[in-house]
Write a protein of this length. Structure first.
Length: 553
């Protein structure tokens, strides 16, 4: 176990409870609501819950808390399972649903009514809010709070039978309207919801509230550590109260809260992510600009990078914001030892070597890993009279700190010879259309100060292969978006380059492959070439921290 893991405060609680004999094993659960796709914030919880179970030789359940049929869908259930598997975790035969326990949850509600700890209330939503009170002012008892137990039992059973309209009645816990904790002021336990459930169909017309169903579901499954994010800290007394009033056998689950992941530059609200999808601001839940796991997978980020990121940021007791470059660094550190280095040109500018024979092709052998030439061997680059360089590697009027190609200047082609710019052919828009250059095997011009000629990447004009590159940047112009999409969305969050050129050695491309395009970033092959359609590469991450350089508010 790493030192970081050993110092995790949750693990300290686990060690304490195991040592005291409160629990004999570790049982955790990952309990998503199937009302949206998982995002990187959920990945933190997945890694924490499954990681604890693995490290302590216990088990982790996957349970869908499907208690709100209005917002839930089988699509979300399927996507969540795919995401957890992709992250590298397995729940074996421990796939559960809160809907598996609807009958038990109903029976527990009857028990609470019979013991005088729950009652059927008929206040409207507006009246409930009015009676609830404030943080500094106690609430008022519902006029239905002291109705006879038999009457509440009868009404609750009739609620299940469908005799009442939605909102007409609901079941409440009887705790204290004077509690300083608003969650303990007679919270709702069951509500009428006449909607079709994705698993139980139209069998149920009443559905348990999340706080009520969650603790009982944990207890049914023998969960020992119910690990939640900080917003549930004030809900913990209710979690414990329900199990206590039900006289649930010991050992009961222990709820522990940790800080959720707040990632700068990303929205971490499923409600806001759903808005982006529904308003077609993005291309579905797996749009590579989103922080959903489906989107990160499609972009080409490997799951081990997500796990590394989650391990590095650790588990905290207080909410904080994590800079996006932490994620980018984890991706680079994962990909750097894995992927081959190759040459590609994203924005081609034609260069003609006027002193190069028209039909001559020079073959140049270059290693895939320059720092370890023996690893994965070499490939062949083809140098011809006409080549492409990156448009950004040339300037008509260079700034003082620009050291790449310019009129009268010299650069070195990666793994090859030197070229000097003799003439610039401009297009109708006044921009460079073609560069006329000469070549030499050694530097032909004096050094620019103390600097040697810059090294730039290139591709043969007629022997390279055309590909499409999608360059992704932050979806938002601000570090902490609020959901004001008209003002905050970045219009250049996706730039598609359909005329890129890739070195010719990469002929048998397979979807899912990753490469480092030298000087440009790590790229993922989302779509392999098919007939006349070129390959499509997604830029996974730049080689340097582009986030810190961007002008964020």
């Amino acid at each position: 176990m790493s030192e970081d893991k050993a110092n995790n405060f949750i693990r300290s609680f686990v060690d304490e409870d195991l040592a005291s004999g409160r629990y004999s094993k570790v049982v955790t659960r990952f309990p998503p609501e199937p009302n949206g796709y998982l995002h990187i914030g959920h990945a933190k919880s997945v890694c924490l819950n499954f990681g604890l179970a693995i490290d302590y030789g216990g088990r982790c359940n996957l349970r869908f808390d499907d208690t709100n049929p209005v917002k839930e869908d089988v699509e979300y259930v399927d996507s969540i399972q795919e995401d957890v598997r992709w992250l590298g975790f397995s729940w074996d035969d421990r796939l559960f649903y809160a809907s598996d326990y609807f009958e038990k949850l109903y029976e527990c509600a009857l028990q609470l009514i019979k013991s005088g700890h729950a009652y059927v209330c008929e206040l409207s939503a507006e009246k409930v809010k009015e009676y609830r009170g404030t943080l500094t002012e106690a609430g008022r008892n519902s006029p239905y709070r002291d109705r006879p137990i038999a009457e509440s039992l009868d009404l609750f059973q009739r609620m299940r039978a469908g005799e009442f309209a939605e909102g007409a009645k609901f079941l409440r816990a009887k705790i204290s309207m004077a509690s300083p904790n608003l969650n303990m002021r007679d919270p709702a336990l069951f509500r009428i919801r006449k909607a079709t459930h994705h698993r139980t169909g139209d069998k149920w017309l009443i559905y348990p509230m999340y706080d009520y169903a969650h603790c009982i579901s944990d207890a049914i499954e023998g969960v020992t550590f119910s690990i939640c994010t900080l917003e549930f800290e004030d809900h913990r007394p209710l979690y414990d109260w329900v199990l206590e009033k039900l006289n649930w056998p010991e050992p009961r689950p222990r709820q522990i809260e940790f800080a959720r992941l707040n990632l700068e530059g990303a929205l971490m609200s499923k409600r806001q992510l759903l808005r982006l999808v529904q308003e077609k601001r993005v291309d579905g839940w797996d749009d590579p600009r989103l922080p959903t796991l489906a989107a990160l997978r499609r972009r080409g980020i490997p799951p081990e990078a997500i796990r590394l990121f989650c391990e590095r940021i650790g588990v905290a007791k207080k909410d904080s914001w994590i800079e996006y470059e932490w994620l980018e660094k984890a991706i680079r550190d994962t990909l750097n030892p894995q992927v081959k280095r190759v040459l590609a040109v994203l924005d081609p500018l034609k260069v003609t070597l006027k002193d190069w024979p028209e039909d001559e092709v020079r073959t140049i052998r270059a290693p895939y890993f320059p720092d370890d030439p023996e690893r994965m061997g070499e490939r062949e680059l083809k140098l011809t009279r006409e080549i492409f360089i990156e448009r950004d590697d040339f300037s008509l009027e260079p700034e003082p700190d620009f050291y790449r190609l310019a009129p009268g200047r010299e650069v070195r082609l990666r793994w090859s010879l030197y070229i000097q710019c003799q003439e610039v052919i401009l297009g109708p828009d006044g921009q460079p259309l073609e560069l006329i250059c000469t070549h030499s095997e050694e530097p032909a011009l004096p050094k620019q100060g103390k600097r040697r000629p810059a090294i730039i990447h290139w591709a043969s004009a007629n022997l390279s292969r055309p590909v499409t590159a999608r360059l992704y940047e932050s979806l938002f112009l601000v570090n902490r978006p609020t959901g004001d999409f008209d003002q905050e969305l970045n219009p250049r969050s996706l730039v598609e380059r359909p005329n890129c050129r890739l070195e010719p050695a990469l002929t048998d491309l397979k979807e899912g492959e990753r490469f480092q395009f030298e000087r440009l970033g790590y790229f993922y092959l989302e779509k392999a070439p098919n007939g006349s359609s070129p390959a499509v590469f997604n830029r996974v991450v730049t080689l340097k921290d582009s986030w810190a350089k961007s002008k964020k508010k």
